[in-house]
Design a protein around this ligand. Structure first.
Ligand code: BTN
Length: 338
């Protein structure tokens, strides 16, 4: 999420196997005595105490009570490649993706950019439990605490001129909305041009597309997606815009592995269709979930501000705005308030 300037994220260095085992053990919301943890993990009670305080430092809500032991206040299912792959449908897409899961990176977009591993012709998908410098649009920060949300990046190559990619973030937004619907969440998600996924006027998710290479009509882009899934209410102090999270909307904890697998299943065909036909296949769907359509808006582009009535998008994905004097202008970028 867009973070305010006072955000502090405590970097989570690679989490140890014992820490992962401890998270899995505490994950049932029951109390676990330190003697029991020490036995299960095969480490001393002293070492258990150290692990617990390390986890607390990472802002994980661990309750402790004398006589009862420890428990997590809310469940925490870590990202897991096998669990994600199970939810990638159809199975052919499973073979097409190469999933990398990191505990903590600055930004999954940057980590994927710097990845030298040969992915053997597969689509590299980079996920992290935490980002310490998650990037939002317009040089903003994306608040990315440990183990709570989806921080996802994938690499895609288009045989197109870069000028034809203007509508890509709109297509990616449609893939996100399709994912949410396919996961059985309610149908009230809207897209605020160009890329904000909204629920009741609050931002739930966004995407950030960065070009990494361009030559002779070929463009390689990194598509970064952030979805608030199990964001704790305490995150409000770090976020400076109206926001929401799936655990609040649906009043329950969600397994990010299911949503991630479903996202891959919807993103791949959307990217393939966009490669072939641009935004054309998505125009009708866009109209049904266009958050701005018919609203009076204010569009800011750097120092330039304008107002008018939002009239939907062009074939290229630009926003059409009718100004008070009746003139219609088309915008390819901008920040909107309504
Ligand atoms: C926005 O709406 O401003 C775009 C937010 C994009 C956030 C995601 S999280 C995964 C990927 N890595 C980043 O650093 N940013 C994107």
């Amino acid at each position: 999420m867009i973070a305010n300037s006072s955000q502090t994220i405590i970097a989570m260095t690679q989490i140890s196997t014992n820490m992962k085992k401890l998270i899995c053990l505490l994950n049932d919301s029951r109390w676990h005595a330190d003697s029991n943890i020490s036995q299960q993990l095969g480490i001393s009670r002293n070492a258990v105490g150290k692990l617990i305080s390390q986890l607390k430092k990472k802002a994980l809500a661990i309750e402790s009570t004398t006589g009862k032991g420890y428990r997590l206040s809310q469940p925490l299912v870590l990202l897991n490649e096998t669990a994600i792959t199970k939810h990638i449908k159809p199975a052919t897409y499973q073979a097409k993706t190469n999933i990398i899961i990191a505990d903590c990176v600055n930004s999954t977009n940057d980590a994927l950019k710097n990845l030298n591993t040969d992915t053997g012709g597969k689509i590299p998908v980079y996920l992290a439990e935490q980002q310490t410098a998650g990037k939002g649009r317009r040089q903003r920060q994306w608040y990315s605490p440990f183990g709570t949300n989806i921080y996802f990046s994938c690499l895609w190559q288009f045989s197109k001129d870069i000028s034809k990619l203007a509508g890509l973030s709109l297509a990616v937004s449609i893939a996100i909305v399709r994912t949410l619907k396919a996961c059985g969440f309610n149908d009230d998600f809207m897209i605020k041009w160009p890329n904000d996924i909204m629920w009741q006027n609050k931002k739930l998710a966004g995407n950030l597309i960065e070009t990494v290479a361009e030559s002779h009509g070929m463009v390689q882009v990194i598509i970064g997606v952030g979805i608030n899934v199990n964001m704790p209410a305490t995150a409000a102090q770090y976020i400076d815009q109206p926001w929401t999270t799936l655990n609040h909307i649906m009043t329950k904890y969600h397994d990010r592995n299911i949503i991630t697998g479903t996202l891959i299943s919807h993103l791949i065909p959307v990217l393939a269709a966009f490669s072939k036909s641009g935004l054309k296949p998505f125009q009708d769907e866009w109209q049904c979930i266009d958050h701005l359509a018919g609203k009076h808006i204010r569009l800011s582009n750097g120092k330039h501000h304008t107002t008018g009535l939002a009239l939907g998008i062009t074939e290229q994905g630009c926003l059409q705005v009718q100004h008070p004097n009746g003139e219609i202008s088309v915008y390819s970028s901008g920040d909107i308030s309504s």
